[in-house]
Design a protein around this ligand. Structure first.
Ligand code: NDP
Length: 397
């Protein structure tokens, strides 16, 4: 018997709600809460009658969270609101004895910077309370950490080079849209690039390093080195890594729009005065851009996300590529959301299932690569994200 509380009713929340409701033997009671309750009600209705309770909560407000947690009494909360709410939700978990899972590391609203430091600082308090916090349990971060742990366990004695490759070869038919929350997405992709090499971080200009990479079933796509949050935990948890990088594909049209948005100041996160009222340009932009959760209907093509790894097995150098491809239309038919929401929401559900079934249960704050990868990998295949392995191939990186 496990009660789960989902916070956030966007694209990812939609997928988590569908997926959690699909495993009633694990999740016996479900509540979906968010800032706008009507959005929760729409999702609950789409999932089916009497499966999901809904509630309104402002997750920036610890008091409101505590009241909600006390009234529903969940075993675990799946936080798929925004990264700004990670700490308040963790505070409420500690206060009420609830376990925690999220898909994105904490970001302060006024600085475009994400890092695990502030969440890792909760480790001792979660440990003392006997509670589990699972950080970054979407696809990337999330499955990428599990893939790396799985690779080390089954195929390598040491991993030396890790390149995470994230391709979205989908077409949503809009001139410009982001695949998840526009504010968080634009903050992420416009920052300086950064990767790990020989024990230190190396910074680049935004999108300075790029090259075409071939993706399975897709072909070549220009891929740009960007900083991504799982690099921070992976270099800590796999100290033999000599280099760790993250690549993401962008189309020329997307990059042109992004450049214009930046050049005209619409990516700004500092409030400006407009007709006597303070507004944040990027938040205003979000209000006029397409809602990522509603891109699914006309989205064609697929995503391909994986880890390209070089290391040593039995004294010999070895290469290995593990990946998942996900078709936007398959995701839409099953949940009403597009592939990026789907590839995030499915691992979040599986992470919560790992906790409830006792397979990922330890007191403290952990990233996904710190748990047993095998039962998680089994569930990925069963819940819509099958993965594939290639051995001794040209990694191109
Ligand atoms: P959306 O913007 O579509 O949804 C966010 C939801 O959170 C909305 O329902 C929003 O409410 C709600 N919310 C925002 N602020 C609050 C608040 N203060 N209190 C309560 N609810 C709030 O985002 P996505 O669904 O696209 O993304 C969700 C999360 O998933 C993000 O953190 C994102 O970074 C992460 N993500 C992770 C990925 C991974 O692979 N690890 C990939 C993609 C996304 P309202 O509707 O009222 O605005």
């Amino acid at each position: 018997m496990a009660k789960v509380l989902i916070i956030g009713a966007g694209g990812v929340g939609t997928v988590v709600a569908h997926k959690v409701a699909g495993v009633p033997q694990v999740f016996t009671e479900i509540m979906l809460a968010s800032r706008t309750k009507s959005k929760c009600d729409i999702i609950a209705k789409a999932v089916g009658p009497n499966k999901i309770k809904t509630a309104q909560v402002d997750a920036d407000d610890v008091g409101q969270l505590i009241a909600l947690f006390k009234s529903f009494n969940p075993n675990i909360v799946i936080n798929v609101a925004l990264p700004y709410q990670d700490l308040t939700i963790m505070d409420a978990c500690l206060e009420t004895g609830v376990n925690y899972l999220d898909t994105a590391s904490y970001e302060p609203p006024d600085v475009a910077k994400f890092e695990y430091k502030l969440q890792w600082a909760y480790h001792d308090r979660f440990k003392k309370a006997g509670l589990t916090a699972i950080l970054g349990c979407g696809f990337d971060p999330g499955v990428t950490g599990v893939f790396t742990a799985y690779a080390l366990r089954h195929h390598f004695d040491e991993i030396h080079y890790l390149d995470i490759v994230d391709c979205n070869a989908g077409d949503h038919g809009k001139p410009f849209a982001t695949n998840f929350n526009p504010e968080i997405n634009i903050r992420e992709v416009t920052q300086r690039g950064k990767y790990w090499e020989d024990g230190k971080w190396i910074e680049t200009e935004p999108h300075e390093i790029h090259k075409p990479l071939n993706y399975p079933n897709i072909g070549p796509r220009e891929s740009y080195l960007i900083y991504h949050e799982e690099l921070e935990s992976l270099v800590k948890n796999f100290p033999a890594l000599k280099r760790a990088r993250f690549w993401m594909t962008f189309g020329q049209e997307y990059l042109t729009h992004l450049r214009v948005i930046q050049n005209i100041g619409m990516a700004g996160i500092k409030p400006v005065l407009y007709e006597g009222k303070e507004i944040v340009p990027l938040q205003f932009l979000k209000a006029v851009l397409p809602n990522p959760g509603e891109l699914g209907e006309n989205y064609t093509g697929e995503t391909s996300i994986g880890c390209r790894i070089r290391g040593v097995k039995n004294g010999k150098e070895k290469t290995y590529y593990i990946y998942n491809n996900c078709k936007h239309q398959d995701a839409y038919k099953e949940t009403g959301a597009q592939g990026v929401s789907y590839t995030t929401g499915v691992p979040a559900m599986i992470g919560a299932m790992m906790f409830i079934t006792g397979k990922w249960k330890k007191a403290g704050v952990f990233n996904t690569e710190e748990f047993d990868p095998d039962p998680f990998m089994e569930q990925l295949k069963l819940h819509g994200l099958p993965w594939h392995e290639l051995h001794d191939v040209d990694l191109e990186v």
